[in-house]
Design a binder for this molecule. Structure first.
Ligand code: 3EB
Length: 322
């Protein structure tokens, strides 16, 4: 059975669609960060994103995770209040990911494909350590406890910051382990030196999976202006966007070494995270120049207002496509 992605922009009152229960859905609103999701900067409309399945979907709950399952594909999500201390944030992150892995085991050992993480005040210090670094401690420990691949073979992911509100995550899992893809221009995130935090992030640069027989899909993690493990083009949002695009091209090249499928960035569904709303036009101009202003990628791209995992990074792009 196949899994489909669709993205629609509409006026905010048209959010609910009658009929099929989607495997997963999220509603993004212009100007308002809600339910732990970043606000839409462009297009200035509400956006509904849905993962739909051809099979009937069952909803259930495991600990903090609400999930929908069609027997093959599984979409889970959690929205929880942000803890007030670093220790509590580590413990909550650990609990969320422990419940996530419990969900996968309870469904016959499903495999993570892609995870979306959103944390309030991502770059702010909390009890002497950045919020994102506390999160990485809890996340990595849960991967290790679950015997899940915390290093080579970790799923694709992104982790972004909202101004305030709850912490949220969502994930997609499937029947087979995806093939991880790394980027030769970038140090694997799970091998970042300790300067970036006591525990490394647990994600691969991309994950390759067949969402239908013979239909290979590439989930690309949040991709920023990092070369090796260093942030580059500090203070220059145009060059950071160009560098992120070079990294995306490098990830696709690396994927091509692992599959006969051929991916094209101008056909992918992109989410572009912009730290400062004032940078939207500059980022968009670079992105549209790179993929072609009339391409499906340019016409379908959604720009969200979000903090990126390192305070010096101004832009991050995630995408998927077949
Ligand atoms: C980076 O390459 C930028 O912690 O799950 C990108 C994608 C980033 C995923 C994560 C972080 C994460 O390190 C930040």
């Amino acid at each position: 059975m196949s899994l489909q992605f669709e993205r629609r922009s509409h006026s905010a009152d048209q959010t609910r669609t009658a009929g099929v229960l989607p495997l997963g859905q999220r509603d993004l609103l212009p100007g308002v960060a809600q339910a732990g999701l970043p606000a839409v900067l462009h297009p200035a409309r509400a956006i509904t994103e849905r993962w739909t399945s051809a099979s009937p979907v069952r909803s259930s709950r495991t600990g903090l995770i609400r999930h929908q399952d069609d027997g093959q594909w599984l979409y889970g999500e959690a929205v929880v209040p942000m803890p007030a201390t670093g220790v509590a944030l580590q413990a909550l992150t650990h609990q969320l990911y422990a419940d996530l892995f419990r969900t996968l085991r309870a469904h016959g050992g499903r495999h993570l494909l892609k995870i979306w993480n959103y944390l309030p005040r991502l770059n702010a210090p909390l009890d002497g350590l950045e919020v994102y670094r506390h999160f990485n401690i809890g996340r990595q420990q849960a991967f290790l406890d679950a015997g899940a691949a915390a290093f080579e073979g970790a799923p694709a992911a992104c982790a972004l910051g909202t101004a305030d509100g709850p912490l949220s995550l969502a994930f997609l899992a499937g029947p087979q382990a995806p093939r991880p893809v790394e980027n030769p221009r970038q140090t694997s995130a799970y091998h970042y030196p300790a300067d970036y935090g006591p525990r490394s992030p647990t994600f691969s640069r991309a994950a390759l999976v067949a969402l239908a027989p013979g239909r290979e899909t590439l989930f690309v993690s949040g991709t920023a202006s990092i070369v090796g493990h260093a942030s580059v083009h500090l203070g220059d949002v145009v060059q950071q966007t160009q560098e992120a695009l070079r990294n995306l091209h490098a990830v696709l090249d690396a994927a091509h070494a692992a599959t006969p499928a051929r991916f094209a960035l101008d056909q992918f569904a992109h989410t572009v995270y912009v730290r400062h709303a004032a940078d939207l036009d500059a980022v968009r101009a670079v992105f549209e120049q790179a993929v072609g202003a009339d391409s499906p990628a340019a016409r379908g791209a959604v720009y969200l207002l979000a903090d990126v995992c390192r305070s010096e990074l101004l832009v991050e792009i995630e995408c998927h496509g077949e």
